[in-house]
Design a protein around this ligand. Structure first.
Ligand code: ADP
Ligand code: MG
Length: 645
């Protein structure tokens, strides 16, 4: 425990002490300038990593937020006469507000569209800063002088320490936040927005919050930037800077504070890298070696394609050779950035930190912290077998897709505590029925009543909050999250600590309780010993079970399982049947879409058969099994023809 603490936090402490003591030992204003920049870019990249690494969006606006924050601080001082703390507060606030405003419309967009929206925002910002001359001084630039702090003029070393303290605070706060439910939610919505909503964790609010947070750190870094240089020009915060920042995040390593720190070091050293041929050759030579090692390792382990291994080696080779050939590397900076970015994206998708982490872990024998003992299943899913009556009612439900009448007037009534089978041939509308119930689609017409009250139409999130939980026919796991985190994310009512206290680290106790509860559900799914395995690395069968465990974490009134046995090997089907029996004993009402009639017969109290979007039979498994209509729907022939009289 102590060893682990020292290994993980010790490195951070030692780094902090070292960084803090440098100005006492070395009296070199140039080095001090670089260190100050390092802390500023560190804060900036930690912010950018929230959107690029955690939310998984291509965010081209961080340079603009740096600029906005810088001008906000500059103008706070020159126009309003603010001191440093107030000015930095304004910078952060501007980042937060503008970030949220940009996020509202932009985050409805996906992938390239989002990137374009952030790009337009950047262009807009630099243009406004440039053209609003009466306020910003336009291309002439804005000069300011660093105000005194607590009555003392702040020397370069004092300002550096201020930046370092702020970096340390941001570091701690972000570590707390990103290891909490917030961090899980950020990553979950990157891997599957649909499942994030279906687990009652709002995709949109977390996207906006994440983006606003990342942007506010951009604003804070901007404020420090202004006080560092004491002179601002709009064109500083343009496309060049944007590319460099992205390079810093992906090269350092996404989803990692240390990665942001390494990325920041790289950015700080870039100008020197470009002006000194020796340094350029050393760094690009190291890059070349790294590409060879990483590529060779990937090929040996068969985790990379030949192209992925060879292309970065070639690109870095060109850099090394080019460094000797060109007159002035400065003129080639854009090409150099491009080659570096290309090499990293292709060859080291997890960045330097991601690559190094596996070696460091082995070197130091770092293991993940021990997990708490699992809670009792009875505490997590209290058995409820008392209630009787109708839980869910579908009344003449219709859902058309253009001309396709996927669901065409379905009425079903489901008793509390029952496992209700929904069967029918492929394309008969089963998934569409549950997609409408769970809010993935709004119905074309008809009613869905849970305990007599209409369920919200067409909102996965609201329906999940109303007590419905589901799995998906095509798995929707959070691939990059561990099995444990998948379940923890979905846990109902487990996270109550407000975000400001989370930043201060007060959510650990509730996270620990959530771990224990999630472990109980993993045990139920037979996955307790794979709690730390990333979902995408589990076997297919385990992934199916994990999705059920995650759905149970919602402690649902109604559980919907859409073909949980699809693609399962025979032994896994038996495990699944046992799992659903356990769920049934807890009294959880379940809709089970299933093809295997033997599974349906074993588990279901009632069965509804649909074909062509309409109900063709209902009753106990035995009754529908004998129904001529059902046999016809499944076999395409009337029973008389196959059953000899
Ligand atoms: P099942 O789950 O019973 O196999 P589905 O509910 O998935 O059937 O599909 C029923 C019909 O609705 C099919 O003809 C399918 O092509 C159509 N359908 C389902 N979802 C959509 C959609 N999002 N857009 C268009 N057609 C759809
Ligand atoms: Mg289906």
């Amino acid at each position: 425990m102590l060893k682990r603490l020292l290994l993980l936090r010790g490195t951070e402490l030692v780094a902090l002490v070292l960084l803090a003591s440098i100005p006492l030992v070395v009296n070199n204003s140039y080095a001090l300038g670089l260190l100050t920049l390092l802390t500023i870019y560190g804060i900036l990249l930690i912010g950018l990593d929230v959107t690029v690494g955690y939310l998984g969006q291509v965010n081209l606006a961080q340079a603009a937020f740096l600029g906005l924050g810088a001008y906000a601080a500059g103008l706070s001082v020159t126009v309003l006469g603010f001191g440093i703390p107030a000015a930095l507060g304004v910078s952060m606030l501007i980042g937060l507000v503008m970030g949220a405003l940009l996020a509202f419309p932009a985050l409805r967009l996906e992938g390239p569209q989002f990137a374009l929206a952030t790009l337009s925002f950047s262009a807009l910002c630099t243009t406004v800063l440039n053209e609003w001359e009466s306020l910003t001084g336009g291309a002439q630039g804005l000069s300011l002088s660093r105000p005194a702090m607590l009555g003392h003029a702040m020397k370069a070393s004092g300002f550096y320490w201020l930046c370092l303290v702020l970096l340390a605070l941001v570091w701690m706060a972000m570590r707390n936040l990103l290891s909490s439910q917030w961090g899980r939610a950020f990553e979950a919505l990157r891997d599957s927005p649909i499942a994030t909503d279906a687990m009652g964790v709002g995709t949109f609010r977390h996207k906006v919050a994440g983006f606003a947070l990342g942007s506010s750190l951009g604003g804070l870094a901007g404020g420090l930037y202004a006080f560092n240089f004491e002179y601002l020009q709009p064109q500083t915060f343009n496309y060049d800077m944007m590319v460099v920042l992205l390079l810093g995040v992906v090269l350092g390593g996404r989803k990692s504070l240390w990665g942001a720190f390494f990325g920041a070091s790289l950015i700080v050293l870039l100008p020197n890298l470009l002006s000194s041929r020796l340094l350029f050759e050393i760094i690009s030579g190291l890059g070349f070696l790294l590409a060879v090692v990483a590529g060779g390792r990937g090929l040996l382990k068969k985790t990379t394609q030949p192209f992925q291994a060879i292309a970065p080696v070639v690109a870095m080779g060109i850099l090394v050779a080019g460094g000797f050939m060109v007159e002035n590397t400065e003129n080639w900076r854009k090409a150099i950035f491009a080659l570096m970015l290309f090499s990293v994206v292709v060859g080291l998708p997890d960045g330097i930190m991601g690559f190094a982490a596996q070696y460091l872990a082995r070197l130091f024998g770092i293991k993940s912290a021990a997990l708490p003992a699992a809670s009792m299943l009875d505490d997590v899913l209290p058995a409820n077998t008392r209630d009787l009556g109708v839980l869910l009612e579908l009344k003449n439900l219709k859902r058309y897709f253009g001309g396709v009448k996927a669901v065409d007037g379905v009425s079903i009534s489901i008793q509390k505590g029952h496992v209700h089978g929904l069967i029918g041939p492929n394309g008969s509308g089963k998934s569409t029925v549950v997609n409408v119930i769970s809010g993935l689609y709004a119905p074309t017409s008809g009613e869905v009543l849970l305990l007599g009250k209409p369920l919200p139409a067409g909102s996965l999130f609201s329906v999940a909050r109303a007590g419905v939980s589901r799995t998906f026919q095509n798995l929707q796991l959070f691939g990059e999250l561990s099995a444990l985190d998948n379940v923890m994310l979905a846990l109902k009512d487990a996270y109550r600590i407000p975000v400001l206290l989370v930043l201060l680290g007060f959510s650990r106790a509730e996270d620990r309780r959530a771990q224990a509860e999630a472990l109980a559900l993993l045990e139920l799914a037979g996955l307790a010993d794979q709690a730390r395995v990333r979902a995408k690395d589990l076997t297919y069968g385990s992934q199916r079970f994990l999705e059920i465990a995650r759905a149970l974490a919602r402690k649902p009134e109604l559980l919907i399982l859409d073909e949980p046995a699809a693609g399962l090997a025979h032994p896994d089907v038996a495990v699944l049947v046992e799992m659903i029996r356990t769920i049934k004993r807890r009294g959880i009402t379940t809709i089970l879409i299933e093809h295997h009639m033997d599974v349906v017969s074993k588990l279901c109290d009632q069965v509804t058969v649909v074909d062509g979007g309409q109900v063709i039979a209902r009753g106990t498994p035995d009754e529908v099994n004998r129904d001529p209509q059902v046999i016809k729907a499944y076999l395409g022939v009337v029973p008389d023809e196959i059953i000899p009289a």
